[in-house]
Design a protein around this ligand. Sequence first.
Ligand code: UD1
Length: 423
Amino acid sequence: MEKLVIKGGTRLEGNVVIGGAKNAAVALLPATLLVDGICTISNLPYISDVKISCKILEELGAKVTWNGKNEVTIDARNISSSQAPIDMTSKFRASYYLIGALLGRCHHAIVGLPGGCNLGARPIDQHIKGFEALGATVEICEGKINAHAKDLIGTSIYLDKVSVGATINVMLASVLAKGTTIIENVAKEPHVVDVANFLNSMGADIRGAGTDLIKINGVERLNGNTTYSVVPDQIEAGTFMLAAAATKGNILIKNCIPEHLDCLTAKLIEMGVNVETFNDSIRVYTDKRPNKANITTMPYPGYPTDLQPQIGVALSLADGTSIINEGIWESRFQYTAELNKMGAHIIDQGRSAIFQGITDLYGAPVAATDLRAGAALIIAGIVAHGETSITNIYHIDRGYENIEDKFRSLGANIQRVIEEDIF
Ligand code: UD1
């Protein structure tokens, strides 16, 4: 079993370079199944969700060539199967994009129900509603989703919930459909725009990504022979911004898009933390405890749920009492029990939590309860007096490339150690 061991009490200082966005990468890779040619994706984060996505593409018959750690060339012209291996799809959430991509490409998809972080119920009814509206029949049986269609025909779809996954999935299924598809009440996250840009660069006709309505004029085929660079990861950038705030540090976060983080920047300024934005970098610095603040997580451009645990660490150290309302997931406060083991005073009330600010955290053995919770516990361990050990770090490896190297380069004392299981 691997764990991270952190000797805390460090003020983080220095520069960090942000990689490509996990949530864009895991959609772009299945999207290559729609391309009738060879395409190269660069600025890919080298994380387990990406590695497994590439393995699945290979299992489906695509030729996948790694050109170094962060770039891959995919030739999906001759895929041999529309059935994704269940043992692989169950390992991460974004495997659901294989349904839209395979349905669009082959008019048939069998994909295991998606896995991923346990954040409460994670229904995919809006994905299914979209596929069915396009003319597909969708059945769920024995842990698998079986979708098939004679033809996919463009139509109007109104999503009942603003869903990143449903927006991208329906977009994937409709790029090669006959006629025009209009999807309303869509998600506007940067990775939704990134997937639309990728597909358009291959010859798709998608308009409106980044607004509430996306219009897709179906095309006959997508051409390859293009290199596409994944958008910088706004959640990784935000994680380091919050690490600077919590550790009273000074970090220049390079290779990010500051506009994607406007919401966090505004919140940090409200918390008395200094933020300077440049063209493609952000500096965050402070030498004081943060001020208290209240937060409600929302779809983009609101405060992202994927930066909720990380700001929870900063607020647990704030001057005063703060409240976080979780607007997206029903079980996203599991990390608060771990932070309380480190001396935080957080009352978990289900969909909201009360953070009574304290001045110091103390090292303790804790467990990453999900991906972003794991990142939050690393920040807490760096702030805390004494030693923190974090187990279940496979969650963290799903979404952050070289996280301990990046924190170490900022001054953190953090080591990955392999511990033999006692039982
Ligand atoms: C994506 C991100 C995840 C992030 C989340 C919200 C990926 C791979 N994951 O997850 O990191 O936390 O967006 O920003 O990109 N919902 C339904 N029915 C559906 C789909 C969603 O009711 O068919 C609900 C969900 O329960 C949730 C809300 O809609 O309450 C948003 O979910 P959604 O945006 O779909 O999240 P994911 O795409 O799974």
